[in-house]
Ligand binder design. Structure first.
Ligand code: C2E
Ligand code: CA
Ligand code: CA
Length: 556
């Protein structure tokens, strides 16, 4: 039972074990005398995984039997490499069955100590049990987003720099729809095997919702990540086959460097996700490294986004709403205004929304900001209703807000709290909302319309599905995007398109508002086309509420 180990070697093993035990921080400890393949494991490991004892001969083989069959191959290969002297250690994750018969995720880090002749002598390492099954994705055995955030928080607490990469397949639902779920699961399984192989010993892998993975690595540089991504991209898009079929997979990826510990992990994650989404939208597998992105003023975007998030957490201090008038095309009479968000900060100045909204839209904090915008816009403009009973307040609603389960209740609650009549509120949504199930979106729209709230479709004509969204639900207003208005004076295609859009909106019983009107000439042409309302610098830029009141409400 002792593999023939002599008493001197056994004493050394025990002494070394005692030494490592004293300095190790948590985790299970194992120490193997490689000459005899005789190991000592910590008693906690023996108890938690039902191992035969704390001294074991050929512990690697015993341990391998506890590992999930899908994860065994990688482990086996690694142990072989280590005993053959091809590898000096390992750093890997796998699932292990515990005494209760459930799989838990473990990270195992070990290193080989050599003797005077440079031959493998001892193998020492620790195993960290991440346990908590609710942090583990059952299909892949990777930890999920909760697990990722726990690790990120730990890195922050210890101020350990790392690189983080997000990689996945866009529009995977079409694979499931075309080929079936079983086929989809095999594709995911193959992807997972490829990821494990590519990043073995280089860090931890996580699975997020959909077919999206994260690698957290302390050994690979951003350039090296970009190289491995490229190789994976080639492997997956050109060579991945299931039953002789080659599915068309849209691979996308992004990366970011964790080095500035003043920046919140959630900010990091939002920026990484934003870069991932832009990789997906750009297509062709382009890899986006967020860390190197600067905003228009060459500020580090991460720092900006982090400061914006802090403002949200600080009761939205620093945010202001500007208002831009919307006027009746025929008479020039005020009919309402659009609330437009600004963020003011001593370091960054007055920051327009395009800089930060697209990045923090997917951040859980954005929901608070969205509600603040709605509440504040109603508070600011309610006094105008006494002068203009038909005043229409337009508020922009992003996809991430409307997809919240309680969106309808949220709007109703805020209308009630502000005492703002529902018929004076118009919510602007963009075609991006088509990402939501159309039936669900239509139900939200009609439920709120039934209490009087109006809906406008914003940036009309710029998306892929202007027609279909117009056909799926009833909009009160169609807002024609500035890019079309810009061209109307030249009289060419844009002018004809504006006329078509106007007729289309008419067909569905919607009013038409033209955005971004800058000149009298554009204004005249649009009026002739029968456009109902006009918004643009020609009348006024967005201004603060006080200025709006002075200029457009007082004189009435
Ligand atoms: P949008 O909803 O299309 O808003 C119209 C944008 O066009 C505003 O930019 C406005 O200042 C600008 N604009 C209006 N007239 C003219 C013009 O004649 N010429 C030019 N060049 N520009 C004009 P802004 O305020 O920078 O907002 C940009 C975008 O940020 C908005 O586009 C909207 O998508 C988003 N946004 C702004 N406020 C909010 C908000 O409260 N919530 C959400 N979810 N998004 C917002
Ligand atoms: Ca808008
Ligand atoms: Ca718009």
């Amino acid at each position: 039972m002792d593999g023939g180990i002599d008493s001197r070697r056994k004493r050394v093993l025990d002494e070394l074990y005692r030494g490592f035990r004293t300095v190790a921080h948590g985790g299970y400890l194992y120490l193997c005398d490689m000459k005899y393949d005789y190991s000592r494991w910590s008693v906690e490991a023996v108890q938690d995984f039902g191992l035969p004892g704390n001294y074991m001969v050929r512990a690697g083989e015993i341990w391998e039997q506890c590992i999930h069959p899908d994860d065994r191959e990688g482990y086996h290969q690694s142990i072989e490499d280590i005993f053959a002297g091809r590898d000096r250690g390992h750093d890997m994750q796998y699932r292990v069955k515990n005494t209760a018969g459930r799989y838990v995720v473990c990270t195992c880090r070990g290193t080989v100590l050599w003797d005077e002749q440079g031959q493998p002598d001892y193998f020492v390492g620790s195993i960290h049990n991440h346990g908590q099954e609710n942090n583990v994705d059952p299909l892949t055995g990777f930890q999920n987003q909760y697990g990722l955030f726990e690790t990120l928080k730990m890195l922050y607490a210890k101020k350990q720099p790392a690189n983080i990469m997000m990689l996945g397949v866009g529009h995977f639902s079409t694979i499931n729809e075309m080929w079936g779920y079983d086929f989809g699961n095999i594709v995911i399984h193959k992807l997972v095997q490829l990821l494990k192989k590519t990043f073995r010993n280089e860090g931890m892998l996580y699975r997020l919702d959909g077919v999206r993975f994260v690698l957290l690595t302390r050994t690979l540089s951003l350039d090296e990540l970009a190289r491995r991504y490229e190789a994976l991209y080639q492997d997956i898009s050109l060579r991945l086959e299931v039953d002789g079929y080659r599915p068309n997979l849209e691979i996308c990826g992004s990366a970011l460097e964790i080095e500035d510990f003043d920046i919140d992990p959630q900010t990091m994650f939002s920026c990484l996700t934003y870069a991932y989404v832009s990789s997906r939208e750009k297509g062709n597998g382009s890899f986006r490294i967020f860390h190197r992105e600067l905003d228009a003023d060459r500020n580090n975007l991460l720092v900006l986004v982090n400061a914006v998030r802090k403002s949200i957490e600080n009761n939205c201090a620093g945010f202001v709403l500007y208002y831009q008038p919307i006027v009746e095309a025929a008479t020039g009479r005020l009919c309402g205004s659009e609330a437009l968000l600004r963020w003011e900060n001593p370091e960054f100045g007055l920051v327009p929304p395009n800089r930060f909204i697209p990045i923090i839209e997917n951040d859980p904090a954005f929901v608070h900001l969205g509600e603040w915008i709605l509440r504040k816009a109603m508070e600011d403009t309610k006094p105008f209703l006494a002068v203009f009973p038909d005043f229409e307040l337009n508020v922009n609603i992003s996809y991430d807000q409307i997809k919240q389960d309680n969106f309808v209740q949220l709007v109703r609650r805020n209308l009630d709290a502000a005492g703002f009549p529902a018929r004076n509120l118009c919510l602007e949504i963009t075609e991006r909302c088509r990402l939501l199930d159309m039936e669900r979106l239509a139900a939200i729209v009609s439920e709120l319309q039934s209490i009087g709230v109006r809906f406008a479709i914003d940036d009309f004509g710029t998306g892929y599905s202007s027609m279909s969204i117009l056909n799926s639900m009833k909009f009160d207003v169609v807002k024609i995007d500035k890019s079309f208005v810009d061209g109307v004076a030249a009289g060419g295609r844009e002018l004809r398109l504006v006329k078509v859009m106007h007729d289309m909106a008419g067909l569905y019983g919607a009013r038409v508002c033209a955005e971004g009107v800058e000149t009298k000439e554009q204004c005249d042409i649009l009026r002739e086309c029968g456009i109902d309302c006009i918004q643009g610098y020609y009348f006024s830029r967005p201004v603060e509420v006080e200025t709006f009141r002075e200029r457009f409400v007082k004189q009435a």
